[in-house]
Design a protein around this ligand. Sequence first.
Ligand code: G3P
Ligand code: MG
Length: 225
Amino acid sequence: MICIGHRGAMGYEPENTLRSFRKALDMGAPWVELDVYNVENQLVVIHDDDLDRTTNGKGAVMKHTVAQLRALDAGKGERIPFLSEVFDAVNRRAAVNVELKGPNTAELAIAEMRKRVAAGWKWSDLLISSFDHAQLHRARELEPNVPLGVLVWGNAAPFIKTALALKAVSLNPALQFTDKALVDEAHANGLKVFVYTVNEPDDIARMRAWGVDGVFTNFPDRALS
Ligand code: G3P
Ligand code: MG
């Protein structure tokens, strides 16, 4: 079962900052996950659609310019990173899951990934996921090689069909809605199962016992131990 550092190692460092991704790498996480929005045709790495919880700014991320966003403190003096900066920082030491949060993110994520593949990354070390399945369709239309993960909140079984139609590699259900039957059904359909967000040691152990393929966790060291 692979360990996917959720927003880096957000249990230890400010989420979705370079500091958080470095922490996940230092802990030995083989994968990191991050969230992106399109602002002025650049992908910025932040989870919420507003700035209030994770930065010293206020209001909607997409109502700001990149320059305004980059002037903010995202925790411990860190800036909101560009997706390209995260790729540079990871530098192929881990695989990267880009979660598309905002509109018009698929094109830019695919462009960034193509650039990385041209520089030696493997498509198998990349994953695009989203709760917005229309963005996933757009990504698939643009790039037949990109691995896709179908994020679902709630009962994920009906979305196995969606994943197959997308030629996705994985179904990504929430822990609260994951049971052994779902894992078995996804596997029977040739899909991997990546579960979010799994922080407690007994939950991590249960996911492993059910044959889950990967867990998103705020505490990479716990899933790796
Ligand atoms: O991709 C797993 C997880 O990140 C999905 O939920 O809200 O943490 O982006 P969220
Ligand atoms: Mg996410």
